[in-house]
Design a binder for this molecule. Structure first.
Ligand code: SF4
Length: 244
């Protein structure tokens, strides 16, 4: 029997998606939609999505969307932002996408101070493409391409901290989508990121720590404990740079 989802914000519907059970993408999207609604910017927003699990949400959200190649969302978003400076432009990327295959596009969009918001779903692994190791994979984490070791692959990369020390970005933050309290904080950061872009014409970056039970090999019910014990010590949450 189809289950009805109540209390969805305007701009979100209850059409079925193919996200795995326990995935954080829906919480991320809800955070984005609610923040855009609060700022009355949803109709004016354009979201650029590359290859990745976020595509599973295609029919669930009423936001103008553009598909880019893998890793190139920040580059495509740059083009949209320059051609349509009146738009609220979002690049919605995964860590495999923004912190590995597309790290050049991600960092240089930040360094140029493009008028856009880059949102990175960091679940420390390539999701849709099969659970391969990404730049943010934790030391000792098992992936389909091996176990990360410092001597072989180096430490997990901290892109939020790298972007925060650049001159141009206006707002940089990392939040988690683990508990309801975390999600409320993520929403607060998201609104600030979008306001920084819209009101001050600056580049914003927000990283959202997320679950990927399928590729972690962790049951959805155990993900909060796993993430709190393993991810948060490596990736602390908070604002790294703010324009307000
Ligand atoms: S593979 Fe991971 S990120 Fe992708 S839908 Fe499944 S749980 Fe979510």
């Amino acid at each position: 029997m189809e289950q009805k989802i109540y209390g969805l914000p305007e701009g979100m519907n209850d059409k079925k998606t193919s996200f795995c059970p326990g995935c954080s993408h829906m919480a991320a999207y809800r955070t984005i939609v609610e923040s855009l609604n609060e700022l009355n910017e949803r109709d004016n927003a354009v979201i650029v999505r590359p290859i990745g699990c976020s595509l599973n949400a295609d029919y669930s959200f009423d936001i103008h969307a553009i598909q880019s190649m893998h890793g190139r969302a920040s580059a495509v978003a740059t083009g949209v932002a320059r051609m349509h400076p009146e738009k609220t432009v979002l690049a919605y990327q995964g860590d495999g996408d923004a912190h590995s295959i597309g790290i050049a596009e991600c960092l240089y969009a930040a360094n140029r101070g493009e008028k856009m918001t880059c949102i990175v779903i960091n679940n420390s692994v390539y999701g849709m493409t099969g659970g391969q190791m990404s730049g943010t994979t934790l030391l000792g984490q098992r992936t389909t391409t091996g176990i990360r070791e410092f001597d072989n692959q180096g430490a997990p990369i901290h892109v939020a901290e790298m972007i925060a020390q650049l001159e141009a970005p206006g707002y940089v933050a990392r939040a988690a989508l683990y508990t309801p309290k975390d999600i409320m904080q993520a929403k607060k950061f998201m609104v600030k990121a979008l306001r920084c872009q819209k009101e001050l014409g600056k580049y914003s970056y927000i990283e959202l720590l997320s679950f990927c039970p399928t590729n972690w090999g962790v049951k959805p019910v155990d993900c909060i404990k796993y993430a709190q014990e393993n991810v948060l010590p490596v990736y602390p949450v908070g604002e790294l740079k703010t324009c307000f």
